[in-house]
Design a protein around this ligand. Structure first.
Ligand SMILES: [Zn+2]
Length: 470
């Protein structure tokens, strides 16, 4: 099966072919560490986690690089407000970010790269842009001269700002040559962090961090660059301008992938709008697998509207899948294989194929997820029809399929624990069995009622009674 991805650069679905064999070099814009991350950020990180997990499932060797913006106006602002240092603020929220990523089960990132660890590489890039005439110096910094780069706008299809752009990061200076020129190296104000450079003591602009980091790890060209869609302009456009001007090689990145927004009643979830839920708070109510089902339930390029109702639905859907795993575990196993079970083996194969063909179609997670739901309801029906029995090997195969495909979304990885039945209930159950053997139905019913009062229900199966939490 051929994997196709939607490339923002060409606005088309393209066959995915890495620059070198099965090796994939991938970079996704990471956080600016000045506060806790919210669910809008989680959407991007989790959906790229799905993508990387699937690429690895398909046998690609993915190096997944993510930057940490640990120096920025917002960090400096917070430090001044709290009487702290930018470094202390950045280190604190970087740690909090890692905790969130771990709690969300995002284990696919190969390396996190802190911007301030790449100052030497950043200065080298600015120097090369100066030498080639793409950059100029004015009083407050070194700027990129957009009139020198004719391809500017090729990713976004525009050169002007729009409402959803990350406008807070545009550098305004009256002496810029062109309105859209962005800063590469800023002159530090007193009390701001600064590093020596060939020009003046300063600090890096935002866009140059990413190209310096990716050039250090990947060279001038690589396979996938991802991020949320509000980063397309000007951030990613600026990255293209920088790196293609420095290296003269095109394209800087072969495939550009962008995630849609998480919205709340139709508006983007954002810190500035105050309509956000932190990852931490969300995890107090829903476990990571529930959040993952929620984010897998819509395509990564589409927006998702956040509501308690849709998270509850995700929780129910996940429970259904786990119930099937539990049913499989509890079903009575036998050696023989019925005709129906033989057909079921074929169905599993088809199911996997369908799952993969949906994922191959630009990572269509909602459709792929629907294959798991189908497998779940068909499995339940099979066990039901066979009165709680199933072929042992088939049962193992179904469970393995759930675990394997579920792992691409980072779900269905928990152990199925046998329910702990309290001793009191256990004793009542034994007494009830004795009564039943003696055909004392009245006593048996009374005991069943007592068990019910304790919150448990008894199901009489062919293998004997089963107790479950009511
Ligand atoms: Zn970035």
């Amino acid at each position: 099966m051929v994997l196709k991805v939607f490339n923002t650069l060409t606005r088309k679905k393209e066959v995915f072919k890495p620059m070198k064999g099965k090796e994939v070099k991938m970079f996704v814009c990471g956080p600016t560490v000045y506060d806790f991350s919210h669910l809008g950020h989680a959407k991007t990180y989790i959906q790229f986690d799905f993508i990387v997990r699937y690429l690895r499932y398909k046998g690609y060797k993915v190096f997944f690089l993510m930057n940490i913006t640990d120096l920025d106006d917002k960090i400096i602002e917070r430090a001044q407000k709290e009487g702290s240092t930018p470094e202390a603020i950045a280190r604190r929220f970087e740690e909090e970010f890692y905790k969130d990523m771990e709690a969300l089960g995002i284990s696919s990132v190969s390396k996190y790269a802190r911007a301030t660890d790449y100052i030497k590489e950043i200065i080298s890039q600015v120097e090369r842009l100066m030498e080639k005439g793409y950059a100029y110096e004015i009083e407050d910094g070194i700027y990129f001269d957009l009139s020198k780069f004719k391809d500017y706008g090729k990713l976004s299809g525009r050169t002007t700002l729009e409402a959803e752009d990350a406008v807070s990061r545009i550098d305004e200076s009256v002496n810029k040559r062109n309105k859209g020129d962005f800063c590469l190296w800023k002159r530090s104000k007193p009390n701001e962090p600064k590093w020596p450079s060939p020009w003046f003591e300063g600090r890096p602009g935002w866009h140059i961090e990413d190209t310096a980091i990716t050039e250090a790890h990947f060279g001038p060209q690589y396979d996938i660059h991802g991020g949320a869609r509000d980063l397309i302009f000007p951030h990613h456009e600026a990255e293209i301008a920088q790196m293609e001007s420095i290296s003269g090689k095109k394209p800087f990145v072969k495939y550009w992938l962008h995630t849609g927004f998480l919205t709340v009643e139709g508006r983007k979830m954002a810190k500035s709008l105050g309509n956000f839920v932190t990852i931490r708070d969300a995890l107090k109510k829903y476990d990571a697998e529930t959040l993952r089902i929620f984010f897998a339930s819509s395509h990564y390029r589409s927006p998702i509207d956040y509501s308690e109702k849709s998270l509850e639905q995700a929780k129910i859907n996940l429970e259904k899948l786990y119930n099937t795993l539990e049913n499989l575990q509890e079903a009575k196993k036998r050696k023989e294989l019925t005709k129906e079970e033989k057909d079921f083996k074929l169905f599993i194969k088809e199911c996997k194929k369908k799952f993969e063909s949906f994922m191959d179609d630009d990572f269509n997670t909602p459709k792929a997820l629907s294959c798991l739901y189908e497998l779940s309801s068909k499995t339940n029906a099979l066990i039901d029809k066979q009165k709680g029995e199933i072929n042992k090997k088939l049962s193992e195969e179904i469970a393995k399929t759930f675990r394997e495909l579920g792992n691409i979304f980072g779900v269905l990885q928990k152990e199925i624990k046998k329910e702990e039945i309290p001793k009191e209930v256990q004793e009542l159950l034994e007494k009830r069995e004795e009564a039943r053997k003696k055909k004392d139905w009245k006593l048996a019913d009374e005991l069943r009622e007592k068990i019910k009062e304790l919150g448990y229900k008894v199901e009489d199966t062919e293998e004997g009674p089963r107790v479950k939490k009511a």
